[in-house]
Design a protein around this ligand. Structure first.
Ligand code: NDP
Length: 249
């Protein structure tokens, strides 16, 4: 039974990813959220799917011990290892704030959740991924982390862009480090998406990029899973965009 663990599955793209994964009867899905009890959507899914299809575990990326607890609890549910880890959870504080006005505390939070905690996550899950069949690690990043595209989106969040640029480098390092042992690392820009985070950008996008396409969480999830399924060890690692193109690094 192919197994997936998706972080940040309480809402937005992560929720849409687990909904899509659950449509395939052969998949076992572990959804993480900071507090399962506050996500009505996750609770509703639990009413539909039995425990051998869907499990929910808690994860707060700001708390290192929470990542270790998650890995321990997931191991108990995954005797054959984990096929695919999807590191999706993320934050975007201070969109549109210029460098000189950044709140250093929020900058640190962006960096911690989006780029430092994923290092811990990968380390904690390596033993389970090594034991799995598919051996995939997927990072949901953002085009905002592209150095090449930076001049096109200077008005968007500096600390968010910094955190995603660091995540992109983590993905490249993981690809180079774990590729030789058969682990495929996948890096995906999910598009500008109709979620809480995506909607926070509505005003800025209206002013600076009025024609920029926005997609639904379902479309984004479908694209992320299509890219994940098609990703091959030999061609890793590319900076995939949801629309099938490649994002320049
Ligand atoms: P949402 O804000 O809708 O959801 C974010 C998810 O991350 C929630 O499940 C949230 O959980 C979880 N999360 C936030 N903070 C933490 C934390 N400290 N520990 C654990 N989980 C946490 O965002 P999206 O669905 O839009 O974004 C998903 C990913 O896609 C992110 O990595 C984002 O950067 C990326 N992305 C999104 C774009 C967009 O337009 N939406 C564009 C480009 C990239 P909780 O419910 O507990 O808050």
């Amino acid at each position: 039974m192919p197994s997936f663990l998706v972080t940040g599955a309480s809402r937005g793209i992560g929720l849409a990813i687990i909904q899509k994964l659950l449509q395939d009867q052969s998949n076992f899905v572990i959804a993480t959220s900071r507090d399962v009890s506050v996500s009505k959507a996750l609770q509703d899914l639990h009413k539909t799917y039995p425990r051998d299809r869907l499990a929910s575990l808690s994860l707060n990326l700001e708390i290192p011990s929470s990542i270790d607890d998650l890995a321990r609890d997931a191991a108990a549910l995954l005797p054959n290892g984990l096929d695919c880890l999807i590191s999706n959870a993320g934050v975007a504080y201070e969109q549109g704030i210029p460098v000189q006005d950044l709140d250093m505390h929020l900058l640190e939070k962006n960096l911690h959740v989006n780029s430092i905690a994923p290092v811990h996550l990968v380390r904690a899950f390596l033993p389970l991924i090594r034991k799995g069949n598919d051996k995939k690690i997927v990072f949901i990043t953002s085009g905002s982390g592209s150095m090449v595209l930076a001049p096109d989106h200077m008005e968007l969040g500096t600390s968010y862009s910094m955190s995603k640029a660091a995540l992109n480098m983590l993905a490249r390092k993981c690809g180079a480090t774990f590729g030789p042992e058969g682990i495929t690392v996948v890096l995906i820009h999910p598009g500008w998406v109709e979620t809480d985070m995506g909607n926070d950008l509505n005003e800025l996008m209206k002013i600076h990029h009025p024609d920029f396409p926005k997609i639904s969480a379902e479309e984004s999830a479908e694209a992320c899973l299509r890219i994940t399924a098609g990703a091959k060890l030999e061609t890793a690692i590319k900076f995939h965009s949801y629309d099938g193109t490649e994002v320049p690094w």
